[in-house]
Ligand binder design. Sequence first.
Ligand code: ATP
Length: 458
Amino acid sequence: MSKTLLIVEDDPGLQSQMRWCFGDDISVSVASDRESAIAMLRRHEPQVVTLDLGLPPDPGGATEGFALLDDILRLSPESKVVVVTGREDNENAVRAIGMGASDFYQKPLDADILTFVVNRAFRLAELERENRDLARRGNGTTIKGIVAASPQMLSVCRTIEKVAPADVTTLINGETGTGKELLARAIHDLSHRAEQPFAAINCAAIPENLLESELFGYEKGAFTGATQSKKGKIEMANGGTLFLDEIGDMPMSLQAKLLRFLQERIIDRVGSVRGIPVDVRVVCATHRNVEELIGSGDFREDLYYRLSEITIDVPALRERDGDAIVIAQSLLKGLANQMDRPQLAFTDDAIQAIQQHQWPGNVREMINKIKRATIMAEGKRVTADDLQLDCDQEPADNHVLNLRQVREEAERHAIAQALQSSHYNMARAARLLGITRPTLYNLTDKYGIATSAEVSNV
Ligand SMILES: Nc1ncnc2c1ncn2[C@@H]1O[C@H](COP(=O)(O)OP(=O)(O)OP(=O)(O)O)[C@@H](O)[C@H]1O
């Protein structure tokens, strides 16, 4: 793959000096302001961008540079951005790295250092591309209960497989219904604690006054009605894993006690003064933005750092390329079998509606819709109407980089759809698409689309 570099620099003298630093193996384009930089980004799709933060109309400051950095990271998250700052401008360099720039370089220009930094960014871009290709070519996941074919979700599954054996406290972030509990169980099942108990508690579902005794247990006589001692969830999980769901809703009053437990691994049952040592791994999940909760004083920062030794972000269903249809097919198969209607299949308008719907309730919403549809469907077909979906929603387009990306996205969807409706018969799918079988194989290979239904292990 050829190397393309975009230099964003408003000083013409520096532009040409920088150009001279790179040999023929790198195709260099230059932009001097935000607008032309975005046009170049769309046109050349550079793997690496060097970005001078001081751009017009604010050449002495960095507002325009930061705005452009934000644009680049949104439009082309795969590009590596090296920010160029003034001498000793460490504050802006740190801020840029915090936003997602991959490296920084300080003026005045030193050709050796600049080429070194840029080559390193190319190497990083190349490694990440190889990684994405590997993830795409991976044949689904072995995580029980998870159906996934998208690179986004396969990458989450790989992270889970890596994190599981390490005994670290893990925070899983994601919208409701994205599969956080399923992944928490997977962490337990793939760890050395798998034979020990897995105890789950939903911090949002239990009233504040009961949550403490549910979590920590209580001694006989601790309060009216405590006729005998009882273990809490933490003790029940001893040796195994404790899953704290909706941790963002943990009341402040209990956060200090939970923090003490995480630090000392000792619990005090309600009404007891004798600490009990407990060995549990903690996995927690939330759909809330904990950093915002910290800002508003509703969550302790020290507790957050304890809980988030590793953080895993689960993408929403609408952000996973092609997963909606794969999960829907798998759910339909399971539910149709349960209802003794194994021939049930989606109509084309149902498939289109599934692909277009934004799924705010994620997989849980899909389960409900498909359950309903398997009851309502007449004959062997499940229509968009049975699913109570309509086809005319426009997908959000503010992340579209250029026409090539739109074309590839459309191609990917059309191929996935043809494969689904031909039940993975390659010859039939190729006929539906009006292409030859070898071309279809080339395209499925290019996009990493599975060529059989065996992408998962529901
Ligand atoms: N990738 C997937 N493939 C198949 N089923 C899935 C997948 N993800 C989630 N599910 C199913 O969707 C339902 C919701 O999943 P889960 O309870 O794990 O989500 P959650 O993120 O913990 O939701 P909440 O935040 O509302 O508690 C479950 O029935 C689960 O089995």
